[in-house]
Design a protein around this ligand. Sequence first.
Ligand code: NAP
Ligand code: HSE
Length: 429
Amino acid sequence: MNKIGVSLLGLGVVGGGVASVIQEKSNYLKKHLGVSISLESVLVRDKTKSRTVSVSNDIYVNSIDDILDNPEVHVVIEVMGGEYPAFDYIMQSINKGKNVITANKELIAKHGPEIFQAARDNNVRVLFEASVGGGTPIVSPLMRDLVGNHIKSIKAIINGTTNYILTKMSKEALGYEHVLKEAQTLGYAESDPTNDVEGFDAAYKLAILSTIGFRTSVKVKDIYVEGITSLESQDFKYASELGYEIKLLAIATLDKENIQARVHPGLIEKKEMLANVDGVLNAVEIETDLTDKVLFHGPGAGAMPTTSAIIADLLNIARNLIDNIPLIDPLRLSEDCTVQPITELISKYYFRIEADDQPGVLGAIAAIFGSYGISISSFIQKESIYNKDSAELVIMTHDSKELLINNAIVDIQDLDSVTNINNVIRVIG
Ligand code: NAP
Ligand code: HSE
């Protein structure tokens, strides 16, 4: 083998980065491998679109078949995104004996086991470091370096777009729509940013991390997901006064055979490391039996950080092809754990309740909490920005079961003196 042939499915934010690094670092890559990496072909939707990277016109192909039928292509890099046709293209590539690299978390989260089985059957490799954490290595360390550990918990900020938005809303009091547009311009957001802001992107990534970490299948459908769209400026203001930041957190815990997996905004004390992960940065804290806590921290999105992860996968596959250096077989999973519903969660909660500014209102609310055995840890009264005759009551609870919190929410909402429960946010301990 005197060169490694590569095809790109997609030449957008990430594909553009990968193409430019393969071209600009060709000498470095050749020196490292002893053979050159050759960009053989590129598949896009619209060949006439202007690109951030310039590639020769004759490497654009018309269909996936042009790639599948080309014996010079050893590695297919899928950076198109979405479930279909990406899944079909990856399976066809594997079945044609091509190695695959993907940045597509949705695909790995939903179809990982099927893809890896096909890869084993065809004796090819499928790597997906870029699917979680952008340029921050986390998939490979979890599979290789921490493999001797029992993973107890994964606590992470793994969506760069929402972390960018929340940081700007918190630190610069900027509006949500404005900051989302910035994140899209910077190339952080998914082609449909609903996946970012509604928490699905983080849930796909948490499914991947917890499946690898706990070595059992954690399905996206079993992960509780809540996005950031209900957060308002007052939440950031009151959280800050109480000593907290608000982050979109992805958390998975394993206790005996019980898994809790959830993505939602959380109040986190300012002194905590995760509270200080700002902008597009991601951070993943893994707690294990042998190491206690290990932290991975770095850029979670954007063209070049993501390209870094893909190029690492490419070099690993190339070394395997050239020198037969073995790769880790990704996933051999047990099926003996169950994912618990969110109603089983024990957490502290922040309430922001709009209510009449009259005697007895707080007592009525406190009585409802008391009736469910929920203990209040602090209370502040604020002026309502909605109505001059109302007040906003900011109430923090001690640890309670989510099921009881849900019951209390229903009863509080029923009080005539309560206009609305403006927000309820879990507090991360
Ligand atoms: P993007 O900028 O929207 O680029 C997508 C590319 O795929 C475009 O070149 C598009 O072609 C091509 N494409 C889409 N559907 C196609 C189809 N049916 N047939 C042929 N080509 C098709 O997306 P991106 O931001 O690079 O993201 C790509 C993948 O990387 C996604 O899975 C994403 O989740 C993942 N990822 C992204 C980042 C990031 O920071 N952006 C970070 C980590 C992982 P046209 O250009 O002709 O439209
Ligand atoms: N849209 C994703 C994010 C890209 O913002 O984190 C990286 O996976």
